[in-house]
Design a protein around this ligand. Sequence first.
Ligand SMILES: *Cc1c(COP(=O)(O)O)cnc(C)c1O
Length: 390
Amino acid sequence: MIKVEVAERLRHLPPYLFAEIDRLKREEIKKGADLIDLSIGDPDLPTPGHIINSLKKAAERPENHRYPSYEGMPSFRQAVARWYGERFGVALDPQTEVLSLIGSKEGIGHIPLAFAGPGDVVLYTSPGYPVYPVGALFAGAQGHPLPLLEANGFLPDLEAVPADILKRAKLLFINYPNNPTGATAGEDFFKKVVEFADRHNIIVCHDAAYSEIYYDGRKPASFLQTPGAKEVGIEFHSLSKTYNMTGWRLGFAVGHREVIAGLGKIKTNLDSGVFQAVQEAGITALGTGDAELAGIRQTYQERRDALYAGLTGQGIHVIKPEAAFYLWTRCPKGVFSDSRAFAKHLLEKAGVVATPGVGFGQPGEGYIRFALTVPVERIGEAVSRIGKSL
Ligand SMILES: *Cc1c(COP(=O)(O)O)cnc(C)c1O
């Protein structure tokens, strides 16, 4: 019988803050409660049929059954470059400036291994995607959160980073459209980021997973549209949210060629790329017409408008998201001690599951996140139940 001892890095993982909510959720389900689950950051809509058909055809071809190349098929990388040109007006060299990923989470988690180690710092915005600090931790580097505050439009104050941290900073993760706040960033902010990164020699990693989920027809920008951005960093993208393909595991990184090469070096040594049939379906996905995507956006828009109006009507302070499919909402003041207490109340008294903001980092305390991943009728029902519970 061996004694299993986990490595330091696993002992240093942040505590899992959703354990109690998970337990309560299981209990309620066992009791037969009709829960409305607004905690899931995963589209409920199916992958469009033309993409599925493309996978079926590609899966039949024996040449797709072999190991793919780690960097992605030339045809997939060309499709990415074409899409970037059409959507953002950004020119990319498919050979050196595009890298396929097994979902963008894979690239985000791995990139610190290429550019940061013991003694180095990885800056990341918080509240945010938990993978940024964990990737830093696994690389032996120190994560340093940059708080996103409502008063600053959920943009980080780059000038507030202490000098001793700045000196050791190698990477900066930013994420717009932002999960969980729904904020977007404009040209002004991206310009500041380019200037900051250039001045302090920091690689920028912009997570743009939600660039195609937006409201009121206002398209978010790519970081790479900013002059000089390609000289300081890369952008992570994903087919997961845009085309309802979270289970397929397909994303990509684009931008600075040496940064792309460094991430590629890690990947050659750790994985063997994306199943080619999935890449072929990805090419089809990137060619999807605007009408189809407009339909998906319309569905989220109806849900956002219903939940925003419903909660606001009950006196709850909601930040109206400009993009992504979440509502970042303040916990009613003086009524609940913290975000976990509010989430517990919603679960037990309204049968509504939402995510306590503190789970995305300490600056998220005082907020709760609702995901718009259920049909609009269920959102209406959730609003009426929440109203009765308060
Ligand atoms: C969903 C999500 C991703 C994308 O994950 P994939 O691995 O591409 O499925 C990346 N960043 C954020 C902030 C997300 O919410």
